[in-house]
Design a protein around this ligand. Sequence first.
Ligand code: ADP
Ligand code: MG
Length: 247
Amino acid sequence: MLKIENLRAEVGGTEILKGLSLDIGAGEIHAIMGPNGAGKSTLSYVLGGRPGYEVTGGSVTFDGQDLLDLEPHERAAAGLFLGFQYPVEIPGVSNVQFLREAANAQRKARGQNPLSGGEFLKLAKEKAGLLKMDMEMMKRAVNVGFSGGEKKRAEMVQMGILDPKFAVLDETDSGLDIDALRVVGDGINAIMRESGKGVLLITHYQRLLDYVKPDFVHVLAKGAIVKTGGPELAAQLENEGYEAVAA
Ligand code: ADP
Ligand code: MG
């Protein structure tokens, strides 16, 4: 599904990813853990095609296509979803408007008919319900005045509506209290895992992985994957720290 080989990337002239390789099969859930500044967010930005993140070596194929050759919107149309560590606020545009535009732009790129207002609302209600987000919040401006947990929930509703084949979620657990963590974890399971879709979960902490059980856990340090294991590796990292486990 997603195959990353020897990926190298620079930001502002500094090499951050230094030969990173990762192979994620269809329907698999992989977690990446690693210390601050290791390059985790850089990896998600490079996969999304964010300007300023320059790939200097290696390759990424997604569903058999050369991902790095695609524009960001083409990556989304191909079925890649990116969740961000710091979701943006969009004053003056409601979640409903934004999501309907996004869903229909994506449908157009895939050669599908746009959803009518009624069809879209039905879909939005269903996905918002999975994330325990009420429709009043969906009518508010995107992320404006949302708490950290509400932003992450809104992002998961967005993921449900866009229905990607594969999602890269960067620190979706940051800023969540225990209840919100459970709601978001259940949401990821309902939207992605139960329909056999792949996820790359980037996280600092093991706690999200108690809800969304990964098939593999990788440690990213200094721009490369330095260790891979099963869920027990996450527990070991939490107990012993990165230095001890991945030095
Ligand atoms: P992580 O998400 O693992 O904490 P990041 O990918 O955010 O790490 O950052 C990796 C490294 O890249 C850090 O040392 C950070 O300072 C550096 N970095 C990130 N963005 C920029 C930038 N725009 N210009 C220069 N360095 C950057
Ligand atoms: Mg980060």
